[in-house]
Structure formats: structure tokens, C-alpha cells
Design a protein around this ligand. Structure first.
Ligand code: NDP
Length: 358
């Protein structure tokens, strides 16, 4: 079965490719440049010498018809995983250009082309985000439980003046537009849609060599930052404040819908534990203090080298985060999502073993 994966060189996408190739799917990735495409191919050919893997260049996903050539070359693509979107900050462009247009126009283009040229497409999966679930008005509100059914009420007007809120809104608007597309074309679309809505994604990079870069992708970089603190670092320890999940779980959730029709039409929310209970660590709410706690507890060799943090009752501090429940995703998929400590540990271990200062 042929699967198209956009943004195939990304942090999460490389793990998705790993699951797909180990399951013997024939993968057609896209990347924005030849060197990125070559790197994806070379890395996986070492791991899976018999892998069926092509990576095509799509320089600009926002251009109308951007995916036409890919579908003309592979008219029998059966599944599409749309993962490409900008999750990095510090751009010179406007927030429209940096976030809104790639997210929404990219999604529109791939959906339209799949409908027009992808005659065999059966399943469509989009990497959305917890950004499209979270409701900032209810942050810290233990009576408001975020689930697969919750929608971020933000608007572009409210969000556009700040890079972070613009990114968050771009993900929500892109996902919303995809569900609208499915409704508007319900009589002609031959494929189903599933969206995956991960909160902050951590865990090891697919290839150890990636951590040599020093600076990692936006979410993974946070663990790097914690490892680079000094004992004198004075915080802030309460920010960023969010929910974390494991890249390996997120990858699996992208692939399960291809063979499980029960996941059609669903929003999947990968996260460990129940975030309902207020004062315990059995949830995936995090801040810098929680990351530092794991590092200090599990890596004795870091003693005296990194910060210990400064928050005494961190469970209480974390109670100001988002409350959530993903029972529906757990029931539908049967996955036991990894505890946040495991995810943080595995990410940090890889950086310590293979990073620039290893
Ligand atoms: P990466 O930055 O590692 O990967 C992003 C991918 O998207 C890369 O292939 C990148 O290509 C591509 N991309 C970025 N901007 C554009 C653009 N303007 N046009 C075309 N392609 C673009 O990030 P992640 O793996 O973390 O992100 C993958 C997906 O997961 C995104 O949709 C992101 O929104 C979503 N997500 C990520 C979370 C996280 O915590 N990491 C949480 C929730 C959702 P290039 O390498 O050329 O820049």
C-alpha cells in the first residue's frame, strides 16, 4: 500500500516513516529540498535495506497544485498523512505568511489534489495539535476537561499579533478547514479523515545523529535547554506550561487509522494519564521544574551541573495547567500512552549519549 507523507523529514514524521516502513508500507515522502530528501532516504536505507521509500521535492506546499506532480507520478497512493506545517519561531515574515498560510493553504491544497487526482486514496490523516483543542480561558480550571470533542475558540484576529498564539490558531484553523472540506464534499470524497492532536511532543529523535545538531526542533529543544541550565540558573521554572506526550505514541496514532476503520472521522488525542486529578504527578502537565526534577532524579552524573529548579510544591504549580481526558482515544486505539517521565528520560539520554558534548 502506498502512503504519501508530507514534511517527511520532520521530527515526528521520521518516526511515522519508521512505523510505516517496518509495517512494509511503500512510502512516498515529500521534503522542501533535495538534500533533505536525500538524507531521509539514506538514513532509512541503512535501517531497512529493502524499504520501498521515495522522497519527492515539493518546494512550496502553499502553491496551488503543489502536489499535482506527486499524484501524477504515483496515481495509486492509498493513504495521505499530511504533517508539514511550520512549528518554529523567530521569523521575519508576517504571522500570516509564517503560520496561517502554510497551515491552511497547505491543508487545502493536499485535500483538493487528493480528491482530484488521488483516485485510490482511502484514508487521510492530518497532524493537527492540542492547539486546536486547548481553551486558554479554562487554563487552570479543574471543572473544564479538554477532550477529543473540545475546540479552541480562538480567532485569527485575536491570535495574529503574537507568534505563539498565531501558530496555535493556524493549527486550529487548518484542522477546522479540513473537517469543513470533508463535509462540503461528502458525496464525492472517497477517503475518510482522522486528525491527531498531540500536545508538546518529546522523546528521542529517530536517528541519534540528529542530536549532534545542537539545536533541535522546537519541542525537543526544550529538553536540550533544561540540560544546558547551570546550577545558578534562577528560572523561570514555571514556564513554559503545557502538556507533553511521546513522539513514538504520536507516530503510531498516525498509522493505526490506515487499517482501522473505527478511527475514521475521529480526532485522536495522544497523552498519558488522566489530567483530571489535581495534585498528583500522574498526568502529563509540565513546566521547566518538572523536566529538571526528572533529569536530577534519573541522571546522577548531572549532579551539580544543572539547575535543581526553585519551585517547592510543583504539583500545586502544575495544577494551573490544562485539565484533560483522552479516554476516547485510549479506548479506540488500545494504546497505553507513555508516562511523561519515560519520554523526558529517553530524550535526555539520547542527547547526553550522542549530543555535541558527548
Ligand atoms: P519539525 O519542525 O521537525 O517538522 C516540520 C515539517 O514541516 C518539516 O518537514 C518542515 O520542513 C515542514 N515545514 C515547516 N514549515 C513549512 C512550510 N512553510 N511549508 C512546507 N513545509 C514546512 O516539527 P514537528 O515534527 O514537531 O512537526 C510536525 C507536525 O506536527 C506539524 O504539523 C506540527 O504543527 C505538528 N505538531 C507538533 C508538535 C510538537 O510538539 N512537536 C505538537 C503538535 C503538533 P523543513 O524541514 O524544510 O522546514
Amino acid at each position: 500500500e502506498k502512503v504519501l507523507v508530507t514534511g517527511s523529514n520532520g521530527f515526528i514524521a521520521l518516526h511515522v516513516l519508521d512505523v510505516l516502513l517496518s509495517e512494509k508500507y511503500h512510502v512516498i515522502g515529500t521534503a522542501r529540498s533535495q538534500d533533505k530528501a536525500d538524507q531521509v532516504k539514506e538514513s532509512f536505507k541503512k535501517l531497512y535495506p529493502y524499504a520501498q521509500l521515495e522522497v519527492e521535492i515539493v518546494p512550496d506546499i502553499t502553491k496551488s497544485g503543489a502536489f499535482n506532480d506527486v499524484f501524477k507520478k504515483y496515481p495509486d497512493i492509498q493513504h495521505v498523512l499530511h504533517m508539514a506545517s511550520n512549528f518554529s519561531f523567530g521569523h521575519d515574515q508576517s504571522t500570516e505568511e509564517a503560520y496561517l498560510i502554510p497551515a491552511t493553504q497547505g491543508t487545502k491544497n493536499i485535500l483538493e489534489t487528493s480528491l482530484a487526482l488521488g483516485k485510490k486514496v482511502k484514508r487521510f490523516v492530518i497532524t493537527s495539535s492540542f492547539a486546536s483543542i486547548m481553551d486558554f480561558d479554562h487554563e487552570g480550571d479543574a471543572n473544564f476537561i479538554h477532550t477529543e470533542a473540545t475546540w479552541n475558540p480562538t480567532t485569527w484576529e485575536k491570535a495574529k499579533n503574537n507568534e505563539l498564539t498565531a501558530y496555535i490558531a493556524s493549527k486550529k484553523l487548518a484542522e477546522e478547514s479540513a473537517w469543513t472540506f470533508m463535509k462540503e464534499h461528502e458525496n464525492e470524497v472517497p477517503f475518510t479523515l482522522t486528525t491527531v492532536c498531540p500536545p508538546y511532543v518529546w522523546g528521542p529523535q529517530m536517528f541519534d545523529s540528529s542530536v549532534k545538531r545542537g539545536v533541535l526542533n522546537t519541542s525537543a529543544e526544550l529538553i536540550n535547554q533544561a540540560l544546558k541550565t547551570t546550577p545558578a540558573f534562577e528560572g523561570p521554572f514555571d514556564t513554559p506550561n503545557g502538556i507533553g506526550c511521546d513522539v513514538r505514541d504520536v507516530a503510531l496514532l498516525h498509522v493505526l487509522p490506515l487499517r482501522n476503520e473505527k478511527l475514521a472521522g475521529k480526532r485522536l488525542f495522544p497523552v498519558n494519564g488522566t489530567g483530571i486529578k489535581q495534585h498528583n504527578y500522574k498526568n502529563a502537565r509540565f513546566n521547566m521544574q518538572r523536566v529538571l526534577d526528572v533529569l536530577n532524579e534519573k541522571f546522577p552524573e548531572l549532579k551539580g551541573k544543572i539547575s535543581k529548579g526553585g519551585i517547592e510544591d510543583n504539583e500545586k504549580a502544575l495544577a494551573a495547567g490544562f485539565y484533560y481526558n483522552n479516554d476516547e482515544t485510549c479506548k479506540l486505539t488500545g494504546i497505553e500512552f507513555k508516562p511523561l517521565e519515560v519520554t523526558i528520560y529517553d530524550a535526555a539520554k539520547q542527547i547526553l549519549d550522542f549530543g555535541p558534548s558527548s
